[in-house]
Design a protein around this ligand. Structure first.
Ligand code: 5AD
Length: 350
């Protein structure tokens, strides 16, 4: 077993700065003993801070219209095969009603960047959910807006905001997105959100096309700078109706390794075992928890629209991945050694 890498893991654990080369070597490493050491350290850090609790979030995918044209994403504007939908505010509230009964205390409103949903419309939806469920947290995941818009969402009652940076390297960013999108704007949004007072989540795809190990290290360093409350990472998964249809998907092992590294460097962060992880491996979610994740986000959208929010091929939305499958999820989480709890599940960073 490599002594160097043992030291790197120790340094991550103790919060001692780690060099780029060390991280690259750790990401390259295939020694099962080192990988297991990394995983078990990450798991024990998670247990120190959050015990065996797993927080659940009800994910409501309320629109799949999107003005953006990200090359990897199944709901990109130029995907003419996608069947588009929008939920009415009453439908969104019914999802929350359903979710509340099931035990969800966080609702996540996620959607494409859809001009139909103006600042006022979003504020209205946010306020009506918070009015009905003041004991719940509301998370928005609706992309890039101006600082004034974010402030309005916050004033309306939104607590958290998810906006993945996708890749922290400019050059790589431009290979994943068309010219009108830019990494600086994305970063500015994230810092604005934090400054306003949101609990902020960021993250990236693992194994996205053209990604190098250097890029992943930049992602780790960017997150160290941002210090988000939540970190969402999942494997890139090919979608057949995008320009990246022929690109390979990311790997389970690399994603798990990165979850562990991020848990060690952000002990108090909320880290989901994502749907993408569950999609590439039948046991992906449970392996994610064992690697240091402590959140799961089952789908609370109406069953009729789930198939239409296809960010990537075969995206799961039934069984354990669905809010109604919560009993099944609880069992599999318990089998992995953890416990789904009814809790608003704020980050211990605040
Ligand atoms: N594979 C994996 N994740 C994807 N996302 C979008 N498209 C894909 C894909 N093909 C992720 C992005 C986005 C989040 C909502 O979904 O990281 O931020």
């Amino acid at each position: 077993m490599s002594l160097d890498l043992t030291t790197t893991i120790e340094h991550l654990y103790s919060g001692t700065p780690v060099y780029k080369n060390e991280l690259i070597n750790l990401l390259k490493c295939e020694d099962p003993q080192i990988i297991e050491l990394l995983r078990s350290k990450a798991n024990s850090v998670r247990q120190e801070i959050y015990g065996t609790d797993v927080y659940i979030r009800g994910l409501i995918e309320f629109t799949n219209y999107c003005k953006n044209n990200c090359y990897y994403c199944g709901i990109r504007r130029d995907n003419l095969v996608a069947t588009r939908y929008r939920l009415a505010p009453e439908d969104i509230l019914s999802c929350c009603d359903e979710g509340y009964k099931l035990g969800f205390r966080t609702f996540v409103l996620q959607g494409g960047e859809d001009g139909f949903f103006t600042r006022d419309k979003i504020c209205h939806i946010v306020a009506s959910i918070k009015d009905k469920y003041p004991d719940c947290a509301l998370t928005l995941s609706i992309g890039e807006w101006s600082r004034a818009d974010y402030q309005a969402f916050y004033n309306a009652g939104a607590d958290r905001y998810l906006l993945r940076h996708e890749t922290a390297c400019k050059d790589h960013y431009s290979k994943l997105h068309p010219e009108n999108m830019c990494l600086d704007t994305r970063k500015e949004c994230l810092f604005n959100l934090k400054d306003i007072g949101f609990q902020v989540g960021s993250g990236f795809m693992v194994g996205s096309p053209f990604q190098t190990l250097d890029n992943l290290v930049e992602d780790i360093f960017f997150l160290a700078q941002l210090k988000p409350h939540m970190i969402g990472i999942g494997p890139y998964i090919t979608h057949k109706d995008t320009p990246f249809r022929d690109k390979e998907s990311g790997s389970l092992d690399m994603t798990l390794k990165l979850i562990s590294i991020l848990r060690l460097s952000h002990p108090k962060a909320l880290i989901p075992a994502t749907t993408a992880l569950g999609t590439i491996h039948p046991n992906g979610r449970e392996l994610g928890l064992k690697a240091g994740a402590n959140v799961i986000m089952p789908n609370l959208s109406p069953a009729s629209v789930r198939e239409k929010y296809m960010l990537y091929d075969n995206k799961l939305s039934t069984g354990k991945e669905a809010a109604e499958g919560l009993d099944e999820l609880k069992k599999s989480v318990a089998k992995a050694g953890y416990k789904v709890v009814i809790d608003v599940g704020h980050s211990k960073l605040i």
